[in-house]
Design a protein. Structure first.
Length: 342
Protein backbone atom coordinates (compact mmCIF):
# COMPACT_ATOMS: atom_id res chain seq x y z
CA UNK A 1 0.00 0.00 0.00
CA UNK A 2 1.16 3.63 -0.61
CA UNK A 3 -0.44 7.12 -0.39
CA UNK A 4 -4.15 7.42 0.49
CA UNK A 5 -5.48 7.74 -3.06
CA UNK A 6 -3.33 4.81 -4.23
CA UNK A 7 -3.99 2.44 -1.33
CA UNK A 8 -4.94 -0.99 -2.53
CA UNK A 9 -6.15 -4.32 -1.20
CA UNK A 10 -4.59 -7.52 -2.56
CA UNK A 11 -6.84 -10.40 -3.61
CA UNK A 12 -6.03 -13.67 -5.30
CA UNK A 13 -8.18 -14.50 -8.32
CA UNK A 14 -9.94 -17.18 -6.26
CA UNK A 15 -10.59 -14.73 -3.42
CA UNK A 16 -12.00 -12.20 -5.88
CA UNK A 17 -14.28 -14.85 -7.37
CA UNK A 18 -15.44 -15.98 -3.92
CA UNK A 19 -16.08 -12.36 -2.85
CA UNK A 20 -18.03 -11.61 -6.02
CA UNK A 21 -20.17 -14.73 -5.64
CA UNK A 22 -20.75 -13.97 -1.97
CA UNK A 23 -21.97 -10.45 -2.73
CA UNK A 24 -24.15 -11.54 -5.62
CA UNK A 25 -25.64 -14.44 -3.65
CA UNK A 26 -26.29 -12.17 -0.67
CA UNK A 27 -28.24 -9.93 -3.03
CA UNK A 28 -30.39 -12.90 -4.05
CA UNK A 29 -28.89 -13.98 -7.37
CA UNK A 30 -29.43 -17.68 -8.11
CA UNK A 31 -26.16 -19.67 -7.90
CA UNK A 32 -25.81 -20.25 -11.66
CA UNK A 33 -26.26 -16.53 -12.33
CA UNK A 34 -23.91 -15.57 -9.49
CA UNK A 35 -21.20 -17.87 -10.89
CA UNK A 36 -21.55 -16.55 -14.46
CA UNK A 37 -21.65 -12.89 -13.39
CA UNK A 38 -18.72 -13.26 -10.96
CA UNK A 39 -16.63 -14.89 -13.69
CA UNK A 40 -17.14 -11.88 -15.99
CA UNK A 41 -16.31 -9.33 -13.27
CA UNK A 42 -13.18 -11.16 -12.12
CA UNK A 43 -12.04 -11.55 -15.75
CA UNK A 44 -12.45 -7.77 -16.19
CA UNK A 45 -10.44 -7.00 -13.06
CA UNK A 46 -7.82 -9.62 -13.98
CA UNK A 47 -7.39 -8.08 -17.45
CA UNK A 48 -7.00 -4.53 -16.15
CA UNK A 49 -10.48 -3.36 -17.22
CA UNK A 50 -11.35 -1.57 -13.97
CA UNK A 51 -14.52 0.04 -15.31
CA UNK A 52 -15.96 -3.45 -15.92
CA UNK A 53 -14.24 -5.35 -13.14
CA UNK A 54 -15.16 -5.73 -9.45
CA UNK A 55 -16.55 -2.16 -9.48
CA UNK A 56 -19.50 -3.76 -11.29
CA UNK A 57 -20.49 -5.49 -8.03
CA UNK A 58 -21.74 -2.09 -6.86
CA UNK A 59 -23.54 -1.62 -10.17
CA UNK A 60 -25.12 -5.10 -10.07
CA UNK A 61 -26.25 -4.70 -6.45
CA UNK A 62 -27.77 -1.33 -7.36
CA UNK A 63 -29.71 -2.88 -10.27
CA UNK A 64 -30.99 -5.67 -8.02
CA UNK A 65 -31.92 -3.22 -5.26
CA UNK A 66 -33.90 -1.12 -7.73
CA UNK A 67 -35.89 -4.12 -8.91
CA UNK A 68 -34.44 -4.16 -12.42
CA UNK A 69 -33.11 -7.76 -12.35
CA UNK A 70 -34.97 -11.08 -12.24
CA UNK A 71 -32.52 -12.86 -9.91
CA UNK A 72 -33.62 -16.44 -10.62
CA UNK A 73 -34.48 -16.03 -14.32
CA UNK A 74 -34.25 -19.21 -16.37
CA UNK A 75 -32.96 -18.32 -19.86
CA UNK A 76 -35.08 -19.75 -22.69
CA UNK A 77 -33.10 -20.97 -25.73
CA UNK A 78 -34.89 -21.27 -29.09
CA UNK A 79 -34.00 -21.66 -32.77
CA UNK A 80 -35.97 -19.20 -34.93
CA UNK A 81 -34.15 -20.43 -38.10
CA UNK A 82 -31.43 -22.97 -38.96
CA UNK A 83 -28.56 -20.51 -38.42
CA UNK A 84 -30.18 -18.46 -35.64
CA UNK A 85 -30.24 -18.83 -31.88
CA UNK A 86 -32.41 -16.73 -29.60
CA UNK A 87 -31.95 -16.69 -25.85
CA UNK A 88 -34.64 -14.87 -23.89
CA UNK A 89 -32.94 -13.83 -20.68
CA UNK A 90 -36.32 -13.47 -18.91
CA UNK A 91 -35.12 -10.27 -17.24
CA UNK A 92 -31.97 -11.70 -15.64
CA UNK A 93 -28.34 -10.69 -16.16
CA UNK A 94 -26.95 -11.44 -19.66
CA UNK A 95 -24.03 -13.71 -18.68
CA UNK A 96 -26.01 -16.91 -18.09
CA UNK A 97 -28.09 -16.51 -21.29
CA UNK A 98 -24.82 -16.18 -23.22
CA UNK A 99 -23.41 -19.33 -21.62
CA UNK A 100 -26.64 -21.24 -22.29
CA UNK A 101 -26.76 -20.26 -25.97
CA UNK A 102 -23.03 -20.54 -26.73
CA UNK A 103 -22.80 -24.28 -27.58
CA UNK A 104 -25.69 -24.04 -30.04
CA UNK A 105 -24.24 -20.90 -31.65
CA UNK A 106 -20.87 -22.64 -32.13
CA UNK A 107 -22.56 -25.74 -33.55
CA UNK A 108 -24.65 -23.69 -36.00
CA UNK A 109 -21.67 -21.59 -37.14
CA UNK A 110 -19.74 -24.77 -37.89
CA UNK A 111 -22.70 -26.32 -39.74
CA UNK A 112 -23.70 -23.26 -41.76
CA UNK A 113 -20.47 -21.24 -41.95
CA UNK A 114 -22.18 -18.33 -40.21
CA UNK A 115 -24.68 -18.08 -37.38
CA UNK A 116 -26.15 -15.38 -35.17
CA UNK A 117 -27.39 -15.35 -31.60
CA UNK A 118 -29.76 -12.75 -30.18
CA UNK A 119 -29.88 -12.41 -26.42
CA UNK A 120 -33.05 -10.55 -25.52
CA UNK A 121 -34.72 -9.27 -22.37
CA UNK A 122 -31.47 -9.28 -20.38
CA UNK A 123 -29.71 -6.81 -18.06
CA UNK A 124 -26.29 -5.87 -19.48
CA UNK A 125 -23.56 -4.22 -17.40
CA UNK A 126 -20.47 -5.95 -18.79
CA UNK A 127 -17.65 -5.82 -21.29
CA UNK A 128 -18.20 -7.76 -24.53
CA UNK A 129 -14.68 -9.11 -25.06
CA UNK A 130 -15.20 -12.25 -22.90
CA UNK A 131 -17.96 -13.31 -25.29
CA UNK A 132 -16.11 -12.82 -28.58
CA UNK A 133 -12.97 -14.28 -27.01
CA UNK A 134 -14.91 -17.43 -26.10
CA UNK A 135 -16.02 -17.80 -29.73
CA UNK A 136 -12.49 -17.22 -31.06
CA UNK A 137 -11.40 -19.96 -28.65
CA UNK A 138 -13.62 -22.24 -30.75
CA UNK A 139 -11.82 -21.15 -33.92
CA UNK A 140 -14.59 -18.74 -34.99
CA UNK A 141 -14.50 -15.08 -36.02
CA UNK A 142 -16.94 -13.19 -33.80
CA UNK A 143 -18.69 -9.83 -33.53
CA UNK A 144 -20.90 -8.58 -30.68
CA UNK A 145 -23.04 -5.48 -30.23
CA UNK A 146 -25.34 -4.17 -27.51
CA UNK A 147 -27.19 -0.89 -26.93
CA UNK A 148 -27.40 0.48 -23.38
CA UNK A 149 -29.27 3.51 -21.99
CA UNK A 150 -29.63 6.79 -23.93
CA UNK A 151 -26.65 8.66 -22.51
CA UNK A 152 -24.83 9.73 -25.71
CA UNK A 153 -25.56 12.64 -28.05
CA UNK A 154 -25.36 12.15 -31.82
CA UNK A 155 -22.55 14.14 -33.50
CA UNK A 156 -23.93 17.62 -34.11
CA UNK A 157 -26.36 17.41 -31.17
CA UNK A 158 -26.05 17.72 -27.39
CA UNK A 159 -28.99 15.63 -26.15
CA UNK A 160 -28.71 11.89 -25.44
CA UNK A 161 -30.12 9.46 -28.01
CA UNK A 162 -27.66 6.57 -28.19
CA UNK A 163 -26.31 4.20 -25.61
CA UNK A 164 -22.58 3.76 -25.15
CA UNK A 165 -23.14 0.88 -27.61
CA UNK A 166 -19.96 -1.25 -27.66
CA UNK A 167 -18.69 -3.21 -30.64
CA UNK A 168 -16.41 -6.21 -30.07
CA UNK A 169 -14.52 -8.31 -32.61
CA UNK A 170 -12.37 -11.41 -32.30
CA UNK A 171 -10.21 -13.22 -34.85
CA UNK A 172 -8.69 -16.63 -34.00
CA UNK A 173 -4.92 -16.90 -34.39
CA UNK A 174 -3.23 -20.26 -34.77
CA UNK A 175 -1.26 -21.17 -31.65
CA UNK A 176 -1.78 -17.84 -29.86
CA UNK A 177 -4.35 -15.64 -28.21
CA UNK A 178 -6.94 -14.20 -30.62
CA UNK A 179 -6.91 -10.65 -31.97
CA UNK A 180 -9.66 -8.92 -29.97
CA UNK A 181 -10.95 -5.39 -29.76
CA UNK A 182 -13.90 -4.16 -27.75
CA UNK A 183 -14.85 -0.53 -27.33
CA UNK A 184 -17.78 1.74 -26.72
CA UNK A 185 -18.93 3.91 -29.63
CA UNK A 186 -19.02 6.76 -27.12
CA UNK A 187 -15.75 8.64 -26.56
CA UNK A 188 -15.25 6.39 -23.55
CA UNK A 189 -17.32 3.87 -21.58
CA UNK A 190 -19.68 5.45 -19.05
CA UNK A 191 -18.06 3.26 -16.40
CA UNK A 192 -14.80 5.16 -16.97
CA UNK A 193 -16.54 8.49 -16.28
CA UNK A 194 -18.11 6.96 -13.16
CA UNK A 195 -14.62 5.97 -11.96
CA UNK A 196 -13.40 9.55 -12.57
CA UNK A 197 -16.34 10.84 -10.52
CA UNK A 198 -15.54 8.41 -7.68
CA UNK A 199 -11.89 9.50 -7.73
CA UNK A 200 -12.78 13.23 -7.93
CA UNK A 201 -10.84 13.56 -11.19
CA UNK A 202 -11.76 15.85 -14.13
CA UNK A 203 -12.56 14.31 -17.52
CA UNK A 204 -11.27 15.57 -20.91
CA UNK A 205 -13.69 18.16 -22.38
CA UNK A 206 -14.23 16.05 -25.51
CA UNK A 207 -15.92 13.27 -23.49
CA UNK A 208 -19.22 15.09 -23.06
CA UNK A 209 -21.52 17.99 -22.36
CA UNK A 210 -23.24 19.24 -19.23
CA UNK A 211 -27.02 19.44 -19.06
CA UNK A 212 -26.88 22.88 -20.75
CA UNK A 213 -25.07 21.36 -23.75
CA UNK A 214 -21.69 22.92 -22.91
CA UNK A 215 -18.46 20.85 -23.03
CA UNK A 216 -17.54 19.97 -19.45
CA UNK A 217 -14.62 18.50 -17.52
CA UNK A 218 -16.83 17.73 -14.51
CA UNK A 219 -17.51 13.96 -14.52
CA UNK A 220 -20.78 14.31 -12.57
CA UNK A 221 -21.99 17.06 -14.93
CA UNK A 222 -21.27 14.89 -17.98
CA UNK A 223 -23.08 11.94 -16.36
CA UNK A 224 -26.07 14.27 -15.90
CA UNK A 225 -25.72 15.78 -19.36
CA UNK A 226 -24.68 13.91 -22.50
CA UNK A 227 -21.65 11.87 -23.47
CA UNK A 228 -20.15 12.26 -26.97
CA UNK A 229 -19.49 9.60 -29.58
CA UNK A 230 -15.91 8.74 -30.61
CA UNK A 231 -14.67 9.72 -34.06
CA UNK A 232 -17.29 12.44 -34.69
CA UNK A 233 -19.84 11.42 -37.38
CA UNK A 234 -18.24 7.99 -37.82
CA UNK A 235 -18.76 6.89 -34.22
CA UNK A 236 -22.22 8.45 -34.34
CA UNK A 237 -23.17 6.30 -37.36
CA UNK A 238 -21.76 3.16 -35.72
CA UNK A 239 -23.72 3.94 -32.55
CA UNK A 240 -26.88 4.18 -34.67
CA UNK A 241 -26.03 0.84 -36.31
CA UNK A 242 -25.71 -0.85 -32.90
CA UNK A 243 -29.10 0.59 -31.89
CA UNK A 244 -30.66 -0.91 -35.02
CA UNK A 245 -29.04 -4.34 -35.20
CA UNK A 246 -29.14 -5.10 -31.48
CA UNK A 247 -32.50 -3.37 -30.94
CA UNK A 248 -35.34 -3.46 -33.47
CA UNK A 249 -33.66 -6.14 -35.64
CA UNK A 250 -33.84 -8.65 -32.78
CA UNK A 251 -37.15 -7.37 -31.40
CA UNK A 252 -35.63 -5.62 -28.41
CA UNK A 253 -35.31 -2.08 -27.10
CA UNK A 254 -33.28 0.87 -28.30
CA UNK A 255 -31.24 2.70 -25.66
CA UNK A 256 -33.93 5.40 -25.41
CA UNK A 257 -36.58 2.73 -24.87
CA UNK A 258 -34.39 0.98 -22.28
CA UNK A 259 -33.94 4.22 -20.35
CA UNK A 260 -37.69 4.89 -20.52
CA UNK A 261 -38.39 1.33 -19.28
CA UNK A 262 -36.02 1.96 -16.36
CA UNK A 263 -38.48 4.68 -15.32
CA UNK A 264 -35.95 6.60 -13.25
CA UNK A 265 -34.85 3.61 -11.15
CA UNK A 266 -31.21 4.07 -12.14
CA UNK A 267 -30.55 0.42 -13.02
CA UNK A 268 -28.31 -1.06 -15.72
CA UNK A 269 -29.61 -1.23 -19.29
CA UNK A 270 -32.08 -3.98 -20.10
CA UNK A 271 -32.43 -5.14 -23.66
CA UNK A 272 -30.70 -7.14 -26.33
CA UNK A 273 -27.33 -8.19 -27.70
CA UNK A 274 -26.48 -9.50 -31.16
CA UNK A 275 -23.58 -11.91 -31.58
CA UNK A 276 -22.33 -13.11 -34.97
CA UNK A 277 -20.09 -16.16 -35.37
CA UNK A 278 -18.32 -17.01 -38.65
CA UNK A 279 -16.41 -20.22 -39.30
CA UNK A 280 -13.35 -19.40 -41.47
CA UNK A 281 -13.62 -22.89 -42.95
CA UNK A 282 -16.97 -21.89 -44.47
CA UNK A 283 -15.40 -19.84 -47.26
CA UNK A 284 -11.94 -21.32 -47.18
CA UNK A 285 -12.48 -25.07 -46.78
CA UNK A 286 -9.19 -26.95 -46.84
CA UNK A 287 -7.31 -23.65 -47.42
CA UNK A 288 -8.26 -22.27 -44.02
CA UNK A 289 -4.88 -22.65 -42.35
CA UNK A 290 -2.96 -20.97 -45.20
CA UNK A 291 -5.32 -18.01 -45.21
CA UNK A 292 -5.21 -17.62 -41.41
CA UNK A 293 -1.42 -17.51 -41.74
CA UNK A 294 -1.80 -14.64 -44.27
CA UNK A 295 -3.66 -12.73 -41.58
CA UNK A 296 -0.55 -13.07 -39.43
CA UNK A 297 1.32 -10.95 -41.99
CA UNK A 298 -1.17 -8.14 -41.32
CA UNK A 299 -0.59 -8.33 -37.57
CA UNK A 300 3.18 -8.41 -38.13
CA UNK A 301 2.94 -5.26 -40.30
CA UNK A 302 1.10 -3.46 -37.49
CA UNK A 303 3.44 -4.54 -34.73
CA UNK A 304 6.51 -4.30 -36.93
CA UNK A 305 6.33 -0.50 -36.91
CA UNK A 306 5.91 -0.24 -33.15
CA UNK A 307 2.12 0.01 -33.10
CA UNK A 308 0.36 -2.32 -30.72
CA UNK A 309 -2.54 -4.65 -31.38
CA UNK A 310 -5.72 -4.10 -29.38
CA UNK A 311 -5.98 -6.72 -26.68
CA UNK A 312 -2.26 -6.87 -25.89
CA UNK A 313 -2.55 -4.62 -22.83
CA UNK A 314 -5.25 -6.94 -21.49
CA UNK A 315 -3.14 -10.03 -22.08
CA UNK A 316 -0.18 -8.46 -20.28
CA UNK A 317 -2.48 -7.58 -17.36
CA UNK A 318 -3.87 -11.13 -17.41
CA UNK A 319 -0.40 -12.64 -17.18
CA UNK A 320 0.53 -10.22 -14.36
CA UNK A 321 -2.66 -11.03 -12.45
CA UNK A 322 -1.97 -14.76 -12.80
CA UNK A 323 1.44 -14.18 -11.20
CA UNK A 324 0.69 -11.49 -8.65
CA UNK A 325 -3.05 -11.60 -8.07
CA UNK A 326 -5.25 -8.49 -8.04
CA UNK A 327 -5.00 -5.12 -6.35
CA UNK A 328 -8.14 -3.03 -6.03
CA UNK A 329 -8.50 0.42 -4.46
CA UNK A 330 -9.19 0.35 -0.71
CA UNK A 331 -12.22 2.59 -1.24
CA UNK A 332 -13.71 0.12 -3.73
CA UNK A 333 -13.03 -2.81 -1.40
CA UNK A 334 -14.75 -0.96 1.45
CA UNK A 335 -17.73 -0.13 -0.76
CA UNK A 336 -18.01 -3.79 -1.80
CA UNK A 337 -17.95 -4.89 1.87
CA UNK A 338 -20.61 -2.28 2.70
CA UNK A 339 -22.80 -3.57 -0.12
CA UNK A 340 -22.30 -7.10 1.24
CA UNK A 341 -23.34 -6.01 4.72
CA UNK A 342 -26.56 -4.24 3.59
P1 LIG B 1 -11.23 1.92 -24.76
O1 LIG B 1 -11.48 3.25 -25.38
O2 LIG B 1 -10.23 1.80 -23.69
O3 LIG B 1 -10.89 0.93 -25.97
C1 LIG B 1 -10.72 -0.38 -25.70
C2 LIG B 1 -10.21 -1.15 -26.90
O4 LIG B 1 -9.23 -0.43 -27.64
C3 LIG B 1 -9.55 -2.39 -26.38
O5 LIG B 1 -9.70 -3.42 -27.30
C4 LIG B 1 -8.10 -1.90 -26.24
O6 LIG B 1 -7.17 -2.95 -26.15
C5 LIG B 1 -7.95 -1.09 -27.49
N1 LIG B 1 -6.91 -0.07 -27.38
C6 LIG B 1 -6.84 0.92 -26.47
N2 LIG B 1 -5.74 1.67 -26.68
C7 LIG B 1 -5.10 1.13 -27.73
C8 LIG B 1 -3.89 1.45 -28.44
N3 LIG B 1 -3.15 2.48 -28.09
N4 LIG B 1 -3.54 0.68 -29.48
C9 LIG B 1 -4.30 -0.37 -29.85
N5 LIG B 1 -5.45 -0.72 -29.22
C10 LIG B 1 -5.84 0.02 -28.19
O7 LIG B 1 -12.55 1.24 -24.16
P2 LIG B 1 -13.99 1.84 -23.92
O8 LIG B 1 -13.94 2.80 -22.80
O9 LIG B 1 -14.56 2.30 -25.20
O10 LIG B 1 -14.78 0.50 -23.46
C11 LIG B 1 -14.34 -0.23 -22.33
C12 LIG B 1 -15.23 -1.41 -22.10
O11 LIG B 1 -16.54 -0.99 -21.77
C13 LIG B 1 -15.39 -2.38 -23.27
O12 LIG B 1 -14.99 -3.64 -22.81
C14 LIG B 1 -16.89 -2.38 -23.57
O13 LIG B 1 -17.44 -3.63 -23.95
C15 LIG B 1 -17.46 -1.94 -22.25
N6 LIG B 1 -18.77 -1.34 -22.45
C16 LIG B 1 -19.90 -2.08 -22.21
C17 LIG B 1 -21.14 -1.54 -22.45
C18 LIG B 1 -22.40 -2.33 -22.30
O14 LIG B 1 -23.47 -1.79 -22.59
N7 LIG B 1 -22.38 -3.55 -21.86
C19 LIG B 1 -21.30 -0.17 -22.92
C20 LIG B 1 -20.04 0.50 -23.18
C21 LIG B 1 -18.82 -0.08 -22.94
P3 LIG B 1 -6.56 -3.26 -24.67
O15 LIG B 1 -7.73 -3.79 -23.89
O16 LIG B 1 -5.49 -4.25 -24.90
O17 LIG B 1 -6.07 -1.95 -24.14
O1 LIG C 1 -19.61 1.62 -19.28
O2 LIG C 1 -20.94 2.53 -20.77
C1 LIG C 1 -20.68 1.66 -19.94
C2 LIG C 1 -21.64 0.58 -19.73
C3 LIG C 1 -22.95 0.57 -20.00
C4 LIG C 1 -23.44 -0.66 -19.65
C5 LIG C 1 -22.40 -1.37 -19.18
N1 LIG C 1 -21.30 -0.61 -19.23
Amino acid sequence: MSGAADETVALTLDEADALARQVLSAWGLAPDHAAAVAQTMVAGERDGCASHGLYRLLVAANSIERGVVACAAVPQVSEPAPALVRVDGQGGFAQLPFARGLPLLVDKARRHGIAAMAITNAVHFAALWPEVEALAGEGLVALAFTPSHAWVAPEGGTRPVFGTNPIAFAWPRPGRAPFVFDFATSAVARGEIELHRRAGKPVPPEWGYDAQGQPSTDAAAVLDGAMRTFGAHKGSALAAMVELIAGPLIGDMTSAESLAADAGRGGSPIGGELILAIDPAGFLGAGVEAHLQRAEALFAAIEGQGARLPGTRRLVARARSAQEGLRIPVALHQDILSVLAR
